[in-house]
Design a binder for this molecule. Structure first.
Ligand code: ADP
Length: 258
């Protein structure tokens, strides 16, 4: 759905898939067909949790059983599904609200180092990261870009949370910030399950999941990376991904330094 901005596949280096996408020279505008597909995909994704809620509620209403435990389990199921629908709807709203480039008046100086420090602090205490070895390498000096701090934080959090989700216990997740000529580079590297080469050009598409069963178990709808892509595009930046199956994945976000 996503790429009116045509990404460039730069080829394959050794076993590692290498992909560069999101070159945001133009704002993102969906064509009519893309909008139609997005709406169809979104409705499809909303339908299965809704039917789980409806059937559980209906069964609870007509059941004459006094089994309190079974009732609790049904409510639990309804609650879980409603929560995950809430995440989905929030993500859909996010994609709808933040399409296109940021307006010049909404640009602020963002100190990436302090934003990433804050994220690092928050992540250090999260349960999802307890089974992993998390490291952060930040520069000594501040790195300033023009942008929207909340959006940039969201992009980094999405990459980090994927890195944690797709890395088995005992693995490594590394967050780095450095400069490369005129660019600030935010790198999220993991030693996780990796992404097959054939999937790499698609992972930024809305609703794209490498392995639907695997992702459904971890609760994903395939929107996290399209949100990252949209945020990076709004900042006229680039995003690249390199991955080797069963070895790990590295995402890099390039943002122009002020
Ligand atoms: P999801 O909510 O399913 O994680 P995303 O848009 O964030 O959706 O990611 C799309 C797909 O890309 C995921 O379903 C997953 O298969 C793959 N993926 C994303 N990040 C990683 C990673 N760090 N390691 C392995 N696979 C990943």
């Amino acid at each position: 759905v996503l790429l009116l901005i045509v990404p460039a596949t730069l080829g394959v280096i050794g076993l590692a898939g290498w992909y560069l996408g999101g070159i945001a020279m133009q704002p993102i505008h969906d064509s009519y067909d893309q909008l139609q597909r997005f709406t169809a995909d979104a409705s499809h994704e909303l339908r299965s949790p809704l039917s789980a809620i409806t059937s559980n509620a209906q069964y609870g209403l007509i059941s004459k059983s006094n089994d309190i435990e079974a009732q609790r389990q049904r409510f639990g199921k309804i609650f879980d599904v409603a929560k995950s629908m809430n995440t989905l709807v929030n993500n859909l709203l996010f994609l709808a609200r933040h399409a296109g480039r940021l307006s010049p008046e909404s640009l602020q100086e963002v100190d990436l180092k302090s934003e990433l420090l804050q994220i690092a602090d928050e992540y250090a205490t999260q349960e999802a990261t307890q089974h992993l070895n998390l490291t952060y390498t930040l520069p000594t000096k501040s790195l300033i870009v023009l942008g929207d701090a909340n959006l940039l934080r969201q992009a980094v959090v999405n990459l980090l949370s994927n890195a944690c989700k797709y890395t088995p216990a005992g693995g490594q997740v590394q967050l780095r910030l450095f400069t490369q000529s005129y660019w600030a580079v935010i790198e999220v590297m993991d030693s996780g399950i990796g992404i097959p080469n054939a999937d790499l050009p698609h992972i930024f598409e809305r609703f794209y999941r490498v392995d639907k069963k695997r992702s459904r178990k971890t609760g994903g709808y395939g929107l996290g990376l399209s949100i990252v892509h949209q945020i990076v595009a709004a900042h006229a930046g680039y995003i690249s991904v390199k991955s080797v199956v069963e070895k790990g994945t590295t995402f890099q976000i390039f943002l122009q330094l002020k």
